[in-house]
Design a protein around this ligand. Structure first.
Ligand SMILES: Nc1ncnc2c1ncn2[C@@H]1O[C@H](COP(=O)(O)OP(=O)(O)OP(=O)(O)O)[C@@H](O)[C@H]1O
Length: 686
């Protein structure tokens, strides 16, 4: 019950903030005209009693009341509907904004690994159109309540017993609510199956999956699993609905019996002369209207129940402990800050949580004026709950991992660590290792996407746990393994890497040039202004490698990062592009004195052999670390991997190349030609 009251309070609060005048008008108007509507029956009673008693004034007054009230109710209801619809949209928009904020606002992304969060988020996403409806449902239910109150009051003027008639609706209302509760609980229980169903539908309709779906003839299998998932969730819903239907039918029977009884009593009274003809007509009119209203009651209560349940789900999301990792180590202050924002969101208070969400991307970039402003808001929010945040993050320094380990939320074993590692300022670092060794996890930790489960990461001696993650991420630029395909204009898709420069064609052009993507974009139908992706009919889709080049350019929008993270940045690129790319990244554009720390994850060992430091990960641990020559001399894991890799290249056409030869015919100033042998292209960094 408390959650319903909380949900209703939140909805009303959001409506009043979204549009105070309309909200107050609707909340006063709708119950008012529903009460006034009851006086139509009073007018009719006066009219009939006046006619029977041949009292012209009474009959005329009754007729006038009837006509005026009818016209008023008609007009008022049309105006209220208009106002309500506008409010409905505004409330929906506000909840959309809050929902985006809840998902994108938290400093870390650990919540995306919690199945409970994902299930609730999926339900809320599916039902987000009901947020606006929640306000409308509240108002309409308040109107219905007012109508019943009016009917009770008028019936009481005829006989106190008759006043009980509208109250006989209560058991029916309780049964309807019980049914709605049961259906909602079944929906929550079936949320996981619904999420699976949605994922299967996406799989069957996603163009990216289409080739494999056909090749492996997966269509029927997907359809069968989709049907099975539907059956699981639908069976629960249907059972709940059927059980509730029995209770609702019993409620209806009771109400109909009471109505028939009431009409019988008043008809007998009229015939015996203890009630007037007008009173009998009044009861008849109110009674039949109650039947009409009761028919709508089920729908109205169901609507209210469902929409408030959606709001309550949103509140559950808002109250979710954002990071399971933090829950286990309890040391991360950032998420406590997020907690403060969530509370704001739940209470419907404007402020930190609102600004965070709107600036989810901006906040990441602390390098420009507009973004710094947002960064300040976040940081001050952090200070409000933490008080221990450090604002004096040095511009430059070593990045040190000290006993760092990380466990994904809900996982029993750590994916990484414990590891100790020092990445010297300005160094180029290659991270290599088998699949699942923990390379991407390490990159995510360095990017501040997750807090370590234990240990600490320091930059220039400052513990990053004491730094606002947004501020830290402002110092980092990254190309993730699962980079995002922003279906925007080509220049925007790159420009989002630094929002303040999104319209700066020169900056975007320079980033494209620097990532080796300028020619590719120039060849698009409208160059920089080409719309990308399939979302819009005039969009141009790109190859995986072309999308990756844009991601690389996006990462180049930040021109003075302290740390550059590249997680398999060339996985979709051809060997020439890869060699050229790594040459660009690993040969710093800045002087050595202020060069960033560049971390490159790659499986192609020949392309990263010239990194200052090579970190070999295995089962989440650092097993070797040092420059290429040193690791080769050590004849350990790296040497074996490298020999295997080089041998594979050496065996390939057209010209075998010696893996141990550090230099190659190609050089940074003369990138490998398309016809260069792979080993030579790989050693372009030498
Ligand atoms: N979201 C996640 N939830 C739980 N475990 C995860 C998650 N992501 C990765 N892991 C686990 O963490 C470990 C390290 O994964 P990670 O992606 O960091 O490896 P990787 O070295 O980057 O692998 P690859 O070379 O295949 O990209 C693996 O055992 C993986 O199963």
């Amino acid at each position: 019950m408390r959650s319903w009251l909380g949900a209703a309070r939140l909805v009303v609060g959001v409506a009043v903030r979204a549009d105070p005048r309309r909200a107050v008008l609707v909340m006063v108007f709708v119950p008012l005209f529903n009460i006034v509507a009851a006086t139509q029956a009073l007018g009719l009673r006066w009219m009939v009693d006046g006619a029977v008693a041949e009292q012209f004034t009474e009959a005329l007054t009754g007729a006038l009341v009837l006509v005026l009230v009818t016209v008023f109710v008609h007009q008022a209801s049309a105006v209220a509907t208009d106002l309500r619809q506008v409010l409905q949209q505004r409330v929906g928009l506000e909840f959309d904004r809050r929902l985006m904020n809840l998902c994108a606002g938290p400093a870390h992304v650990s919540h995306y690994h919690d199945p409970k969060f994902l299930d609730t988020a999926e339900l809320v996403r599916q039902r987000r159109t009901e947020f606006g409806g929640a306000f409308a449902a509240l108002v309409e239910n308040a109107g219905l309540l007012a109508r019943f109150v009016g009917a009770v009051a008028l019936m009481a003027t005829v006989s106190p017993t008759l006043a009980l008639l509208p109250l006989c609706i209560v058991p029916l209302a309780v049964a309807i609510r019980w049914q709605a509760n049961a259906v909602a609980a079944a929906e929550v229980a079936g949320a996981e199956a619904d999420r699976q169903r949605a994922a299967l539908l996406t799989l069957a309709t996603d163009p990216a999956a289409a080739p494999e779906v056909r090749l492996y003839r997966l269509g029927d299998e997907i359809a069968a699993r989709h049907r099975a998932a539907f059956t699981v969730s639908a069976r629960r819903r249907e059972t709940a609905r059927a059980r509730g239907a029995v209770a609702v039918a019993a409620g209806w029977l009771l109400f109909c019996a009471a109505l028939v009884g009431g009409l019988y009593v008043v008809t007998r009274s009229a015939l015996s002369g203890t009630a007037s003809a007008g009173e009998a007509v009044l009861v008849l009119l109110l009674g039949t209207r109650l039947v009409g209203a009761t028919t709508g009651l089920s729908w109205l209560i169901g609507w209210l129940r469902r929409s408030l349940h959606t709001v309550a789900l949103y509140q559950r999301l808002a109250d979710h402990p954002v990071s399971g990792a933090n829950a286990t180590n309890g040391t991360d202050a950032t998420n406590r800050t997020d907690g403060a924002n969530r509370t704001d969101g739940a209470n419907g208070t404007e402020g930190a949580s609102g600004t965070d969400g709107a600036n989810g991307i901006e906040g990441a970039d602390g390098t420009d004026g507009a973004d710094s402003a947002n960064g300040t808001r976040r940081t001050s929010g952090a200070g409000a709950t933490n008080g221990g945040r450090s604002r004096d993050l040095p511009r430059r320094g070593d990045l040190v991992l000290d006993g760092v380990s990380f466990r994904y939320p809900g996982e029993a074993t750590p994916a990484l660590g414990p590891i100790d590692l020092r990445l010297p300022a300005g160094a180029t670092v290659a991270v290599v290792g088998d699949n699942g060794a923990g390379k991407s996890t390490l990159v995510a930790l360095l990017a501040g996407l997750y807090p370590p489960s234990s240990g600490r990461i320091t930059f220039g001696g400052t513990d990053l746990a004491r730094v606002d993650p947004a501020e830290w991420r402002g110092r980092v630029t990254a190309v993730f393994q699962d980079f995002c395909r922003f279906e925007l204009l080509a220049r925007e898709s790159v420009g989002v890497g630094r929002l303040s420069a999104i319209d700066d064609r020169e900056a975007v052009g320079a980033a494209l040039e620097s990532a080796g993507a300028a020619t590719m974009v120039a060849q698009l139908p409208a160059g920089l202004d080409s719309r990308l992706g399939r979302t819009f009919p005039d969009g141009t889709d790109l190859s995986a490698g072309q999308w990756q080049k844009l991601a690389l350019a996006r990462g180049r929008m930040r021109t003075t990062p302290e740390v550059v993270l590249l997680d398999e940045p060339a996985a979709s690129l051809d060997p020439d592009s890869e060699a050229e790319l790594l040459r660009r990244y690993l040969a710093p554009t800045r002087s050595t004195a202020d060069a960033p720390i560049t971390v490159v994850v790659s499986h192609r060992l020949t392309t990263v052999r010239d990194a200052d430091l090579i970190v070999v990960l295995h089962d989440g641990r650092v097993v070797e670390c040092g420059p290429h020559a040193e690791l080769v001399d050590r004849a350990g894991r790296y040497a074996a991997m490298y020999a295997l890799h080089a041998a594979a290249y050496a065996a390939g056409p057209p010209t075998p190349a010696s893996p141990s030869t550090p230099s190659s015919p190609a050089s940074p100033s003369s990138p490998a030609s398309p016809s260069s042998p792979p080993a030579a292209r790989g050693s372009v960094l030498a």
